[in-house]
Design a protein around this ligand. Sequence first.
Ligand code: ZN
Length: 143
Amino acid sequence: MNRVIPTREERDAARKAKKLATCKHWNGALGPRPCAVGVDLVKRCGPRVQTGWLNAIPCLDGADPAFVCEAKVTPTLEDIEAQEQRFTEAAARTLSVMAAIPSEGQSGKVTCPGCGGFVHWRRSSYNGHLSATCVVGCVAFIQ
Ligand SMILES: [Zn+2]
């Protein structure tokens, strides 16, 4: 079998197309409230464990939606690009803080690349996991 592997550009285009078709109110299938504005998807499409449920809900780009949702709002390309920009900036701040934290020690603080305030960090003496949080909220992670 000769399998064609999609290029990065093809994968990016497919990911953007999927985001453009996904309702802004969609919280994911596993959360207690899949629709942020309260559309009762279980009542209108059946139980979430049902095979094909993701194709039956109108929130995504499923093949066979059970109804047309009056509350569906999809993002614009600008919304998606702004979200990706925020994600890229957040990842850069996180990597910057990770690089600034010394490799030894149990806790301390480093300068936040987002606000210039402090990021408090702590290393678990049990398993070495590192956590850090900016007092303003620019950076927060557990490694
Ligand atoms: Zn900060």
